[in-house]
Design a protein around this ligand. Structure first.
Ligand code: ATP
Ligand code: MG
Length: 298
């Protein structure tokens, strides 16, 4: 049995907009992330992916549900406080716009070393600067960038610095919320290969949120599909792409452009808005490891 690193049970998050209006951004979502696994999370814009990611990282306090990281209930204040250092160092998140939130007045070396400094972590490779150089090299940039400021770098380089900063904590879990969406295609491939390397060589577990289904298929071991706040399907990647069961998953996959224009033209199109969708259904294991939100007409 693979070790469960992250255990999410019945997670819900409601945004209250006013006295009378609210958005059910995440609705009764359960899944597990195993150690050493890359789990993809896909679904249309507004389906709740980022809200899940933020709940997992204690950025939002969910409305309901339980989240355990290595058995620690991270939503319980006391348990969180007791495990604070572990939770703040071993879990790291990268956003689509992480690059833009880098401190413009700090040099790359200091940006990368800052979390080690804050958490009083002894740099494994000697000085903080040597450590920064190592992490920078790891993301494919040489030491000549150490003394540059973010404004002197390209968008792709800045995002790589943000990733180097996250990796400096040697996390066990990397939550990557559309980390490559704003980058050039060639840089996207580099970053995705970097994630693959981190996973294969160093056993990092990754929650990878993306719109690019080809990247998800290439990188992830399993994939969860979200639709309007619910997880509608979760399966090993090959099975999800080869044998999708939920109507929304089928619709989502049919929207992937096909390289052959003739085949592409003749493929049936599914309109997301017309989907029959029973949000009260039960998340059921239809074959081992393959979960589907099933119609539950009571
Ligand atoms: N801070 C917030 N306040 C109010 N509503 C929010 C907030 N953040 C998200 N929402 C709403 O919650 C729902 C889920 O949003 P979320 O950002 O989690 O979706 P997403 O799947 O990450 O979408 P995208 O693919 O566009 O990033 C949406 O309806 C969104 O408008
Ligand atoms: Mg999002």
């Amino acid at each position: 049995m693979p070790e469960t690193l992250l255990d999410v049970e019945h997670l819900s998050h409601v945004f209250r907009l006013s006295k009378h209006a609210h958005i059910r951004a995440v609705d009764d979502v359960s899944f597990q992330l195993h150690r050493g696994e890359i789990l993809g999370l896909v679904g249309e814009s507004g389906s709740g992916k980022s809200t899940v990611a933020r709940c997992l990282m204690n950025i939002y306090q969910p409305t309901a549900g339980v989240i355990r990281y290595q058995g620690v209930n991270i939503l319980d204040r006391r348990e969180f406080a007791r495990n604070r250092k572990m939770l703040e160092t071993r879990r790291q998140i990268i956003f689509q716009d992480s690059a833009s939130s880098l401190n413009q007045r700090m040099k790359v070396a200091d940006i990368i070393a800052e979390p080690m400094h804050i958490h009083h972590i002894k740099p494994p490779r000697g000085s903080l600067r040597e450590e920064a150089a190592y992490q920078l090299k790891y993301v494919g940039m040489d030491a000549s960038y150490l003394d540059q400021y973010p404004s002197e770098l390209s968008g792709g380089q800045r995002q790589r610095v943000a990733i180097a900063r996250a990796l400096s904590m040697e996390p066990e879990l990397l939550v990557a919320d559309e980390p490559i969406a704003s980058l050039d295609v060639s840089i996207q491939a580099q970053i995705v290969n970097l994630f693959k390397h981190c996973n294969q060589e160093h056993g990092f577990s990754i929650l990878f949120i993306a719109h690019d289904l080809a990247m998800v298929e290439f990188l992830c071991h399993r994939v969860g599909v979200m639709y309007r706040g619910r997880m509608v399907e979760l399966a090993p990647t090959a099975e999800l792409f080869g044998d999708p069961r939920h109507a929304y998953t089928k619709a989502l996959l049919s929207a992937i452009p096909y390289p052959d224009p003739v085949i592409q033209k003749n493929r049936p199109r599914v309109d997301f808005e017309e989907l029959e969708f029973d949000r009260e259904g039960a998340f059921t294991e239809v074959t081992p490891g393959h979960f589907v939100l099933q119609e539950d007409r009571r």
